[in-house]
Design a binder for this molecule. Structure first.
Ligand code: SF4
Length: 477
């Protein structure tokens, strides 16, 4: 394909980590095809929307953005617009009906075709649509422009075999496809060789890994294998499903030194009746049993979760069960969502939809309840000394005030003050004495710095990109 090095691109991403990771692939593909990231604030020649169908108002947001771009495109006929991701998979040709000036619509299974589709649309002067029903190539085999030099996501699977009644993912991303473990480990090693010190294994139902090739212990084995990679300091995973959470994974977490003491495991509801209606095939006693076993095997572990409030049929008693479960579980954080109908999901047509006022009121109560719990969990760390991996954006923002931020091993956000002479780099690890805590973060004093290969990689990348700050393009995702 002809290289078009004069053309710039922008990738706008909505939704979950899967989408953010897909956008790294999209950017990598566009780089490889000879396009260049646009300077922030300038109008790109190619705008790619990587959409999400799970979040509320996803359609309104996309169509609003598209109509905003319509006059821009009219004034710049060479400009191209592409729409990919879950909403493209769901709406398909509806996107072209509503926005005929869109050049390319591509599905979740054919990210790799984007450069070819853009070129075909340009030459044929006709919109291109390509939606595959199932995956042909694992997206991890595509090039990527990684967001961070020291922390990376690695997909282990795509799709999901569950049928949660509020979720559109199985329809849009298909049944679970597992990646070959040797291929996963090859990617992990390549990343580590390039300076990455933290990886997060990613899958819609990450701990079901192995179901595709009939090995129920495959996920635990994968964690242990990651433990053998020299130079890999932190291993995380998300998101596991309680149904598939087996004790061998707990043992692997406890016995693998670089597996971090953090478990993010969606609960969704503390009511067994609601869990049944959600078609979540576990009950609260199983959920609590898992976190109790995790804590007894890994005493420093912190647990975080996702909760949906106001699912159809949720009564005040059911909601109270959720509050009670939060009290019992003592999550360090809970990401709470107000239920709203997602077209195409079974829950959208269930009777007994809860009114938005009640949903909002319960959401506020749950939020306040969890804030108190998170605060009291975080206060327990005052006086402790923790290892903080300095993060890129937070670290960069606070450098001038000699304050930096990062993530503890158990994935809590920590802000710390610092001796200006000794500024750590994003990617380095700092020992922090915790002096105070809030519901959403810890705060303290930075002590010794361990300069890491991750910090070196970040510094090298920043140097490479310094000319970008002086006028060369950079990426906005
Ligand atoms: S486990 Fe349930 S919520 Fe998660 S992706 Fe699968 S169907 Fe959706």
């Amino acid at each position: 394909m002809e290289l078009r090095a004069d053309r710039t691109y922008l990738v706008e991403t909505y939704g979950c980590q899967m989408n953010v990771h897909d956008s790294e692939r999209i950017s990598g593909l566009l780089d490889e095809a000879g396009f260049i990231p646009v300077i922030p604030g300038e109008q790109a020649d190619i705008v790619v929307f990587n959409t999400c169908a799970v979040r509320e108002n996803a359609d309104n947001k996309l169509y609003g953005n598209l109509s905003f771009l319509a006059p821009v495109k009219k004034a710049n006929p060479g400009m191209q617009i592409a729409v990919g991701g879950c909403l493209a998979q769901k709406d398909q040709d509806l996107i072209l009906k509503k926005a005929p000036y869109v050049d390319v619509v591509f599905g979740t299974h054919n990210v790799g075709s984007l450069p070819v589709l853009l070129e075909r649309a340009r030459i044929e002067e006709e919109s291109q649509i390509e939606i595959l029903e199932s995956l042909e190539h694992f997206p991890s085999t595509l090039p990527a422009r990684r967001h961070s030099a020291f922390s990376a996501w690695v997909s282990v699977s795509v799709g999901c075999n569950n049928t949660c009644t509020f979720c559109i993912v199985p329809t849009l991303r298909g049944i679970e496809k597992d990646r070959d473990s040797a291929d996963i480990l090859r990617e992990v090693r390549t990343l580590v060789d390039s300076g990455v010190i933290e990886i997060t294994l990613l899958g819609q139902n990450v701990n079901a890994y192995g179901v595709d090739f009939g090995d129920r212990q495959a996920f635990a084995k994968l964690i242990r294998e990651c433990g053998t990679v020299d130079g890999l300091e932190r291993v995380r995973f998300m998101s596991p499903h309680p149904r598939d959470f087996t004790d061998d994974v707990i043992e692997a977490m406890a016995q693998t030194p670089n597996a971090m003491p953090h478990l993010h495991m969606p609960l969704q509801s503390g009511s067994n009746k609601v869990l049944q209606e959600m078609r979540r095939s576990y009950r609260t006693d199983r959920y609590l049993g898992i976190i109790q076993r995790v804590r007894s095997a890994i005493p420093t572990a912190h647990i975080t979760t996702d909760i949906i409030v106001g699912f159809p049929g949720e009564s005040e008693v059911d909601f109270q069960d959720t509050l009670d479960l939060c009290t019992q579980a003592r999550f360090s954080a809970a990401y709470t969502y107000q239920y709203s109908k997602r077209p195409g999901t079974p829950a959208a047509s269930m009777p007994d939809q809860v009114s938005p006022e009640v949903v909002g009121e319960r959401y506020t109560r749950l939020h306040a309840h969890q804030e108190k719990i998170s605060h009291s969990v975080n206060l327990e760390s005052v006086g402790a000394s923790v290892q903080v991996l300095v993060t890129e954006h937070e670290g960069r923002r606070d450098v001038e005030r000699a304050r930096m931020s990062g993530r503890t091993e158990d994935f809590r956000l920590a802000h710390f003050t610092f001796d200006e002479q000794n500024l750590a780099r994003p990617g380095d690890v700092v020992t922090v004495e915790i002096t105070d805590a809030a519901p959403h973060f810890l705060s303290g004093n930075g002590g010794s710095i361990r300069r890491t290969r991750g910090g070196d990689a970040h510094q090298a990348r920043t140097r490479e990109r310094e000319p970008l700050l002086l006028g060369m393009p950079t990426q906005r995702v």
